[in-house]
Design a protein around this ligand. Structure first.
Ligand SMILES: Cc1ncc(COP(=O)(O)O)c(C=O)c1O
Length: 573
């Protein structure tokens, strides 16, 4: 607290004014202005992306171990928010910040958040959310139509039909995926005469009743970890999420998937498996690539499994005609999830789960006596969550303000930026791009041109040596060098964090080029419309400069390694 701050004596009259009407409308507007100015300063501030404060220093700032007894003046708390929180927040909207799916938002979103807070609607029930319940149903119908494109009559009949739910608005993509897979689980083990269904009886009894030993979910190795979380929370067990390898384009390998299904269906050692769901990904978290949804739909149907598409990242691209072809087959999915806080440019956070069959959400319908009564029209009857905010106002309004045309321009810009970034990296010579970007995510790594040439040479020699011992020897050489380059890229990423003028993220992928080896990659997510070619060039220049500097530290080890691997003491010079 600053020196002049005052502690307020708890006083009911003062507190009432905080609730019913702030002190006077003037006070409300005065604080509002102050707050907006504070935010504006934050946006305008130049300098680092992450404030220079260290994590231990932050721990020292937020070290009060007990709730304050006395009320503080609002202005003092605002002062504290500015100095201790805003000043040390990550500038995710900075055009040089191209590392995560969390990025810049349009300014009107902040105003929409104010409306959401001011109205304080609780979407669980109509008694606390009147018009907002209808807004939510309208938004869900729009998105349902984008995905499933059912006939006009279907939407006219159901858009505001309280007896069904075409989908749910959720807190995030994780909960949206969980809702979809919960429905899949209920459908896999439904109630029958003499059996109350998995929802009542639990997984153990459901498996026994239906004569199975396990229930599984199939998804590629690029599957988001929310699928594993779901399996654990729904009592299926994480070991029952089976990861299928990807092809060279980071898409689920269909042949390997079919082979796996055949093996599961054949059943070994008395094992009998129920395939509860097959999950397709429309925009993988790490590479932005899209599975072959059309083929997956057919494979899932043949296996009698629920087909879920996790389109949390990419689903919003369905708004734009030229992207729709990539999602061919999504309309055959049983459920689809989309995040508004990703490609709809809404602030944190809101997901949506949509079901092709308008009755599917009945599988998880709940009622109670005091809310969501049996014959009520409350949306909360169909959701995992209880109380929910009026978050849907943000995409609902932005789909009007930006519109399909506007999103088209934003996605085209993102696509252009992704292409440019790839070109700049490829042109530099010291980088290797590692995926074919589809939805604005590029993975790459720093690797000095001469090391890259060496790997390419060994790679070609390995291929022409077939499956021989010579090929395996080349494989071992490639592995060793990649291990060294992994270390280099980790160091580069750490140095970039210290430099703090730009930001890309880092992950480890079983790279399609070097599989089965894990490769450390830098990851750029190019969705900020304020990023431009000049910025991209500066980002790559910074990475190249830091990479070259750090390579000097790695070079002696590389030379020794090369001399050892080739038996030539002069190699690597
Ligand atoms: C493909 C995919 N699915 C699910 C999620 C989970 O979304 P959330 O972080 O909103 O829970 C993500 C998040 O990045 C994602 O990329």
């Amino acid at each position: 607290m600053n020196a002049s701050s005052k502690i307020v004596r708890a006083n009911l009259d003062y507190l009432k004014k905080l609730f019913i009407m702030p002190d006077s409308p003037d006070k409300f507007i005065e604080f509002g202005h102050e707050l907006l100015e504070m935010l504006h300063d934050f946006f305008q501030e130049k300098g680092g992306i992450h404030s220079s404060i260290t994590l231990p220093e932050l721990s020292d700032i937020f070290d009060q171990t007990a709730v304050p007894d006395k009320p503080w003046l609002i202005k003092d708390v605002l002062f504290e928010i500015k100095n201790k929180i805003i000043n040390h927040s990550v500038k995710v909207g900075n055009p040089c910040y191209i590392g995560h799916m969390t990025s810049a938002i349009p300014y009107f979103m902040i105003l929409l958040e104010m409306i959401i807070a001011a109205l304080n609607q609780n979407q669980v029930k109509i008694e606390t959310a009147k018009a907002s319940s209808f807004v939510e149903r309208e938004l869900v119908a729009w998105l349902h139509r984008l995905v499933f494109d059912r006939e006009d009559r279907f939407y006219e009949k159901h858009i505001q039909n309280p007896r069904i739910a075409l989908g749910n608005v959720t807190a995030d993509g994780t909960l949206a995926n969980m809702t979809a897979l919960l429905v899949a689980r209920e459908k896999a083990f439904p109630p029958q005469r003499g059996f109350s269904g998995v929802r009542m009886a639990g997984m153990d009894r459901a498996l026994r009743y239906y004569g199975y030993t396990r229930g599984v979910i199939l998804v590629s190795t690029r599957g988001h970890y929310s699928i594993r979380k779901t399996a654990s929370l729904l009592g299926m067990g994480e070991e029952n999420v089976i990861n299928i390898p990807v092809d060279d384009n980071n898409r689920i390998d269909l042949k390997k998937l079919q082979r796996k299904i055949r093996t599961l269906e054949a059943g070994k050692d008395g094992e009998k498996t129920r395939i509860i769901a097959v999950v397709g990904i429309a925009g993988t978290t790490e590479t932005g690539n899209i599975d072959n949804l059309d083929a997956l739909a057919d494979i899932s149907r043949a296996a009698g499994a629920h087909f879920h598409v996790d389109a949390c990242w990419g689903g919003s691209a369905l708004l734009v005609e030229e992207y729709r072809a990539m999602f061919r087959g999504i309309e055959k999915a049983d459920s689809v999830t989309i995040d508004a806080h990703k490609l709809l440019y809404c602030p944190m956070s809101m997901g949506v789960v949509l079901f092709r069959n308008e009755k599917d959400l009945h599988h998880i319908r709940y009622t109670s006596q005091y809310v969501i009564r049996k014959n009520s029209v409350d949306t909360g009857r169909f959701t995992i969550e209880g109380s929910r905010p009026f978050a849907c106002l943000k995409p609902w309004a932005s789909l009007k303000i930006i519109g399909r045309e506007g999103y088209g321009l934003l996605f085209r810009q993102a696509n252009r930026l992704t292409g440019e970034m790839k070109e700049i990296l490829d042109h530099c010579g010291n980088f290797e791009t590692l995926n074919n970007p589809e939805l604005f995510i590029l993975t790459y790594r720093f690797i000095p041109a001469r090391v890259r040439r060496q790997l390419d040479e060994w790679g070609a020699a390995r291929s022409s040596a077939g499956g021989t011992e010579t090929a395996r020897a080349y494989e071992r050489k490639i592995r060793k060098v990649n291990h060294l380059i992994n270390g280099l890229n980790i160091k580069i990423h750490k140095a970039l964090r210290r430099d703090d003028t730009t930001f890309v993220s880092r992950t480890v992928l079983e790279s399609t080029r070097y599989r089965p080896q894990n490769i450390v990659v830098l990851r750029a997510v190019l969705i900020n419309p304020l990023t431009d070619s000049r910025i991209l060039k500066a980002i790559v220049d910074t990475q190249n400069r830091i990479g070259c500097r750090l390579w000097e530290e790695f070079k002696p080890a590389y030379r020794r390694m090369l001399a050892e691997l080739t038996g030539d003491a002069s190699s690597g010079r």
